[in-house]
Write a protein that binds this ligand. Structure first.
Ligand code: NAD
Length: 490
């Protein structure tokens, strides 16, 4: 049975309650996890409060050294952690290993920044005395909470833990109910590397209960959520009245434009990964594809060939033979939602050009896994669910466009503004896309990928604030002004 990590120790829920974590590829029990209640959350927050001043006073070099020791410990358990992530999340082993690698890279990035946080010295006008100056001190915000979704449990924990810890804050992580296991393993290893008790903790259970209790506790000063826009609204509602610092990394419906001068072969390869990685369950994914009519046929030929070669299955075996390119959807609900969005499109005249069905292979059909074949859809109504809702699965709706004006107008006709991309050799078109598409990121001739080095966050219903990059650290610090008056009063 998995345990939470509270105040430097592995812990069951005080109530003794647990819940089951199931494998999305076959419905088998992977493990049980504690179902935390208010009293467990209270214990974690008390421990975090007690740890705060000691951690804030730990030197940046020492914080970084502990983090680096933790990174080494996680690396030493990489295979075990990747296998655990595959079992609880469903992604094939090669994707789970890739996610762990990304997590470690991000943690290393933040360990490197620990000693580089800088405030400022500011000369002040002489009206109240000559030689007065100000300092801008960077102070840690206090007890932080990181609420993480199930699609990338490790990287999205890292985007919170890394900046929170190097800025001198304790942080409590609440993983998604369905993906607590690899997360808890990592939290344990990072603690064993020398974090003082209460600095990094993991509490498991339902979002509505554990998450809301964490957010509402008066001692919590900072909440970082990655999740759906609906949950983001709820978090804002709860955190707002107490003026808590928040960042919300929410849903998206990223548009991608392929221009007549694009390198079509590369665009096809990038867009296939950009849509079907993690079985399409990505915030940053090509979710609406706009193809100029000049390259439509050539692009579609390449796209359908690549998608047709995708093999869907249980990616937990190594070596993966035959090579499983895509795992199951994470839950039965996810698959039903995708099927509903597809049915809506088809009932209104769209054509599913490939995929979109549950696999015929009896071994998969009878496995209890939530498998679905990757799909490409043409002639989707622009007010249909595939265009207006977030499509969190392996379905790609494709439209023809005649001009860049039309493509950008359609790209912006969405409630979301997370990622976006354009494939072109034309610098002025790339510049227009970068300036005019309403999104947190625009990739030019690139896969939708969240670099640790660059700030990342959405506009419109995709969220508030940024993670990644040095910019993320600012959200875990308060700027305190200090004035040193001049010494020439007499
Ligand atoms: P979700 O909103 O259902 O859950 C996210 C987390 O919030 C989970 O830990 C959940 O337990 C918790 N939660 C749920 N209700 C809560 C509440 N009332 N109070 C506090 N916590 C609560 O999202 P999901 O289904 O796990 O993840 C998919 C969504 O996340 C998609 O919309 C996706 O686009 C988005 N996402 C965004 C980014 C980004 O960086 N912008 C990255 C990954 C995923």
């Amino acid at each position: 049975m998995a345990k939470m990590f509270i105040n430097g120790q592995w812990a069951d829920a005080l109530s003794g309650q647990t819940y089951e974590v199931k494998n999305p590829a076959n419905g088998a029990l992977v493990d049980t996890a504690p179902m935390a209640g208010k009293e467990d959350v209270e214990a974690a927050i008390n421990a975090a409060q007690a740890a705060f001043s000691r951690w804030a006073d730990t030197s940046p070099d020492d914080r970084a050294a502990i983090l680096r020791k933790g990174i080494q410990a996680v690396e030493a358990h990489a295979q075990e952690i990747a296998a655990l992530l595959t079992a609880e999340q469903g992604k094939p082993l090669f994707e789970a290993s890739g996610e762990l690698h990304h997590f470690l890279h991000g943690m290393e990035f933040y360990a490197g920044l620990a000693s580089k946080i800088r405030g400022a010295q500011v000369p002040l006008p002489p009206a109240l005395g000559k030689h007065a100056y100000g300092l801008v001190l960077k102070r840690p915000v206090g007890v932080c909470v990181g609420i993480v979704p199930w699609n990338f449990p490790l990287t999205l924990m890292g985007t919170k833990v890394g900046p929170a810890l190097i800025a001198g804050n304790p942080i409590i992580i609440k993983p998604a109910r369905t993906t607590p296991l690899a997360t808890l393993k990592i939290i344990g290893l990072l603690n064993e590397a020398g974090l003082p008790p209460g600095v990094l903790q993991g509490v498991t259970g339902a979002g509505s209960a554990v998450g809301e209790t964490l957010i509402c506790h008066p001692a919590v000063r900072r909440v970082a959520l990655t999740g759906s826009s609906e949950t983001g609204r709820r978090v804002m509602e709860l955190a707002g009245p107490e003026f808590k610092r928040i960042t919300l990394e929410l849903g998206g419906s990223d548009p991608c434009i392929v221009c007549p001068d694009a390198n079509v072969k590369r665009a096809v390869s990038g867009i296939v990964v950009g849509r079907y990685w993690n079985a399409g369950q990505q915030c940053l994914a090509v979710k609406r594809l706009y193809l100029f009519e000049e390259i439509y046929d050539q692009f579609m030929e390449g796209l359908l060939e690549k998608v047709g070669n995708y093999r869907v299955g249980d990616g937990s075996t190594k070596p993966e033979k035959p090579f499983i390119r895509m795992g199951p959807l994470h839950t039965a609900y996810q698959r039903e939602e995708i099927e509903d969005q597809l049915a809506d499109a088809v009932s209104r005249g769209a054509q599913v050009l490939i995929g979109g069905k549950r696999p015929d292979d009896p071994a998969l059909a009878l496995s209890g896994g939530h498998f679905i074949e990757p799909a490409v859809v043409a002639n989707t109504p622009e007010d249909g669910k595939l265009a207006t809702e977030e499509v969190f699965g392996p379905v790609l709706p494709v439209w023809k466009v005649k001009s860049l004006d039309e493509a950008i107008r359609k790209a912006n006709a969405s409630q979301w503004g997370l990622g976006s991309s354009i494939w072109t050799q034309n610098m002025s078109w790339a510049n227009r896309a970068a300036r005019e598409i309403q999104a947190g990121v625009t990739w030019v001739n690139q896969i939708h990928y969240g670099y640790d080095e660059l700030p990342f966050g959405g506009v419109k219903a995709s969220g508030v604030g940024h993670e990644h990059g040095p910019e993320a650290v600012d959200y875990y610090l308060e700027n305190k002004g200090v004035v040193f008056g001049g010494l020439d009063w007499e």
